[in-house]
Design a protein around this ligand. Structure first.
Ligand code: ADP
Length: 658
């Protein structure tokens, strides 16, 4: 129980009740309430005072002086004096008091005097405030106020920012190239950005409340439903796809859409769909795809390989046909190398060694200043060591004169090259035969006209000749000229037949054929005493063109007879035929005049005569060689002047024994 403030006025029950009430009130105060007698001794302290300064026993009946800061004693005395002088006015002062915890408490006091009925001061009462607490409270209040202001400021700023960002978001969505719609969980549109109208043709108002999937082009509705289903199943995951939409104006467009399920986000509560018109892009892609397909078909059908070299990156790509042409592994169609030199080196390894230097030089020139690289060269395919011809045409793209890229096409031209070579040799053969034809026409006309002229001369002599014996002599000369004419004409016929008539293959009976040839040379053998011997096999199988074989043998035989050596005791010709693996060797040997060494090379030329003794056309050996070649055979000769000649003909059998 607390003591009520003691008063000199005695105690009634009413007073006691009032006093108790007052005490309760006093104790419930957070300020200090104290009273002193006229000596300055404590007569009352309230609970708040006890809490801060110590139990009342330390104070009641004791002087106040030790309970204030020594420096404040004076202030107290002045205040007491003032209060005594003007007890009714009350006096206010600030002092420091030692607290229980040893610290001093700055406190503000207001004292007033309690008067008796005569108006004399009997007691002083004071109310004190803990200035420290108050100041702390004030400071706290100020800090709180400041914090509140700061928070308020922040709130304002963030509100401004929010407004700004909302504005920004709004303008972004509204100006965005992408259209934005938001769906609820059932796929109904809850928001549509103004840009949705430019894509779909419907205003946001028309769109809101309708089903998003209903705008999909009928065939693509499953896609729309699948995308929505995926988005529902995977919150926050970006689900993207491409599909066709039916615009309000009926046009079907392609859109690319990204759905994000933010249904759980309380600020959104929807599935956001960003989408844009990619019709033009799709058409472009389609055009590119079609173009690529066309290019692929064209390059495929023309068997052209395409390569692309990114020069600064040292990156080379090529298609499957380049691999096929060069004999490289088809799966290996792109490669990086360390440098341009390395790239060229790798390529040159495939190039035929004889063409390497030329194409390397060309490539280096092209890289330095050229606009393109065009070359034909041989390669040795790494896979099968086959030699092939390739043709390359490449374009060089430059920037600041530096080569950036080389794009080229390549094709295998081996077949063309072979045909070209064939054509070239055909042309050469044609030129040769043209020259020969000219020569032929010139010489033939000479060879035909010479005997005719001599016949005409002889005939005019004969007309004036009456002597019988002379007439006989001239007639013999006419006959010789006619034989020469006949010989030339039959040579021409042989030549012509050889070039035009197809080669026929028949089994040859040499004894029969050679006997027939000797018979046909009766006129020649009749005038010249040459012994003809033969050594012929009875039983060999050999098949060739009989007419052509006759031309060969009869020409060689007639030459050996014609060019007999008059000095020889007995001129002779020997014909022998021997079998070989593939066919026969025909050897016609004589002991005639022989052919001088310097003429031997030319005796097979057309119209070449090596001897004064020749009365022929000079066509015989030329025809023999041509015919031999036609029968896929070879001819060679050896000869010694004054000793004789030997002609060797090797012929393959053109058919097997049946
Ligand atoms: P020709 O019509 O002059 O006989 P050929 O083409 O048959 O023409 O022969 C060419 C030349 O080769 C002859 O003119 C002749 O000088 C020489 N010749 C050919 N065969 C013999 C041979 N067996 N002995 C010597 N010379 C020959």
């Amino acid at each position: 129980m607390r003591e009520p403030p003691s008063t000199p006025t005695g105690r009634s029950t009413t007073q006691q009740r009032q006093s108790s009430l007052l005490r309760s009130l006093s104790d419930s105060q957070i300020n200090y309430l104290i009273s002193f007698d006229l000596e300055g001794n404590y007569t009352y302290v309230n609970q708040a005072f006890e809490d801060d300064f110590g139990p009342k026993e330390q104070f009641i009946g004791k002087n106040y002086l030790p309970t204030v800061h020594p420096e404040d004693v004076k202030t107290c005395e002045q205040a007491a004096q003032e209060m005594m002088e003007h007890p009714e006015k009350g006096v206010i002062f600030e002092i420091r008091k030692p607290k229980i915890d040893g610290t001093y408490c700055s406190s503000l006091w207001e004292f007033s005097g309690v008067l008796d009925a005569q108006g004399r001061v009997i007691e002083s009462q004071g109310i004190g405030y803990d200035l420290h607490q108050q100041r702390t409270a004030e400071a706290t209040n100020a800090a709180l106020l400041q914090e509140a202001q700061r928070l308020n400021q922040k709130l304002q700023t963030s509100q401004e920012e929010l407004t700004k960002s909302e504005k920004k978001f709004r303008s972004l969505t509204e100006r965005s190239f992408d259209a934005i719609t938001v769906y609820d969980k059932n796929g109904f549109i809850t928001y549509a950005s103004p840009s949705a109208e430019s894509v779909m043709g419907y205003t946001p108002d028309e769109l809101i409340g309708t089903s998003g999937c209903s705008y999909a082009f009928s065939e693509d509705e499953p896609i729309a439903l699948r995308l929505l289903g995926d988005a529902l199943a995977h919150p926050e995951v970006r689900i993207s796809g491409e599909m066709r939409l039916a615009r309000k104006d009926g046009r079907i467009i392609w859109v690319e859409t990204v759905l994000t399920n933010l249904l759980h986000d309380e600020n959104i509560r929807g599935i956001i769909s960003n989408f844009r018109d990619i019709t033009e892009q799709r058409q472009g892609q389609q055009a590119v795809a079609e173009y690529s397909k066309r290019l692929e078909l064209a390059t495929q059908s023309a068997n052209i390989g395409i390569w692309d070299w990114l020069i600064p990156e040292n990156y080379l790509m090529w298609d499957v046909r380049v691999s096929e042409i060069l004999g490289l592994d088809a799966s290996y169609s792109a490669r990086y190398t360390a440098s341009t030199a390395d790239m060229i080196h790798t390529w040159l390894e495939i190039v035929h060694s004889e063409d390497r230097e030329r194409v390397q030089q060309k490539m280096e020139e092209a890289l330095q200043q050229g606009e393109g690289f065009n070359a034909q060269y041989r390669i040795i395919r790494p896979d099968n060591q086959e030699e092939r011809y390739v043709e390359v045409h490449a374009k060089i793209l430059r920037q600041d004169r530096q080569p950036l890229r080389m794009i080229g096409a390549m094709r295998d031209i081996t077949a063309i090259k072979t045909t070209e070579q064939q054509l070239r040799s055909n042309i050469e053969a044609l030129q040769k035969s043209n020259a020969e034809l000219d020569q032929f026409v010139y010489s033939t006309s000479h060879n035909l006209r010479a005997p005719l002229a001599s016949i005409l001369g002889l005939v005019s002599i004969l007309q004036g000749e009456t002597d019988h014996a002379e007439q006989g002599h001239y007639l013999q000369l006419v006959e010789t000229s006619i034989h020469r004419l006949d010989h030339t004409i039959s040579s021409i016929i042989d030549y012509s037949r050889n070039t035009r008539v197809e080669v026929a293959a028949e089994p040859i009976n040499f004894p029969e054929m050679i006997a027939e040839i000797i018979d046909s040379l009766y006129f020649l053998l009749h005038s010249i005493n040459v012994r003809v011997t033969t050594s012929l096999p009875d039983t060999i199988f050999f098949a060739t063109d009989p007419d052509r074989l006759k031309i060969i043998i009869s020409n060689l035989l007639s030459n050996s007879i014609k060019y007999f050596n008059p000095q020889a005791v007995q001129p002779w010709v020997d014909i022998s035929v021997g079998a070989t693996d593939k066919g026969v060797i025909i050897l016609i040997k004589d002991n005639g005049i022989g052919i001088p060494g310097n003429m031997q090379d030319r005796i097979f030329d057309m119209f070449y005569r090596a001897s004064e003794q020749s009365s022929g056309s000079g066509l015989g050996l030329y025809i023999v060689r041509e015919v031999t070649h036609k029968l896929s055979g070879t001819i060679s000769m050896t000869s010694q002047v004054g000793k004789g000649s030997a002609f060797t003909v090797c012929l393959p059998s053109l058919a097997k024994r049946a």
